[in-house]
Design a protein around this ligand. Sequence first.
Ligand code: ADP
Ligand code: MG
Length: 349
Amino acid sequence: MTDINPLFPENAVSLVKEHLTPALFNDLKGKRTKNEFTLEQAIQSGIQNPDSSIGIYAGDAESYRTFSKIFDPVIESYHGCPGSPIHRSDLTRPDLSDSVLSSGRVRSFRIRVARNIANLPFPPLVGSTDREKVEERTVNALQELKGDLGGSYYPLGELTGAKRKELAQKHLLFEKGDRFMEAAGINRDWPDSRGIFVSNNQKFAVWINEEDHLRIISMDKSGDMMGTFDRLSRALVFLEKRLTFARDPRLGYLTSCPSNLGTGMRAGVHMHLPDFNNQRALLNTTAEKYNLQIRGSHGEKTEVLDGIVDISNRQRLGITEKQCIETLHRGVCAIIRTTGTDWTTGTDL
Ligand code: ADP
Ligand code: MG
């Protein structure tokens, strides 16, 4: 196509490349937010990585207004709601009578939400002083948590040896970001002011200053979906009283990557699909049909190892938190049906 912006490599597949015409680029290239974030910074990751699926990041809350002409079509395409998706929130418990998540196929259940503190630049732009403020305010709030949410904070720069290994093995650790995050500016000053708060029972964690200021995580190995959702809801109610998060009436919680807007929620399972290599096409078709995302065993853009696949809701804006869980549940049921043995009963379907 001739009307594609020449800034992007020819083989780039990102949504930003698809929507950023030369005319739009010229219209937006001179604009900047009050924090001096530019379009060129926003699209760096998409320019440097032809395999980016989105390719544009926000440097602050204002980016979504200043560059709305490019963010809006990307947001509509990603979240699958033409005509501007609107944020809706519902943290009531989903009603899942026949949870398959306790089946042997599901090895663990994880829900995370992304949040950023209002009036501070987001990770692609934040400077060291503001990054320190994020860490300090968040840790102060988390240290007030009691009961099953109470725990300890580990600054990443000091996290070494056995504890680091243990957290990595339990999927609670985050490492320096990949080339997509590197190009977006998220890895600057690594590992300063980054850290992980983990509850004593290791079912609740908060990642500080990763891709967003906060990634709030609830996990469970037994597939206890309700318990995992309740724990996350309680943590959110608590944190909302102590921190003010960046949010917008239309776009919901504001995040570095537009794929996380709205609820900021990715609810997923690690599922064991022993025949993954042969069932890849079938899995992709089912995932597409049920609006799910497939990731590797160690997260986004990683390989599937030993048949452990990460399956989660794809849409996060224009859908409530409750619906994120229901979407996942419906999809996982379908995947179990289409890929063979039901491990709850041990029978072939
Ligand atoms: P996100 O950015 O949505 O939090 P990533 O794809 O970056 O997720 O993965 C972050 C980490 O979370 C990785 O270590 C991944 O293995 C782990 N993870 C994701 N889903 C699960 C799950 N259901 N159970 C256990 N760990 C998980
Ligand atoms: Mg991630």
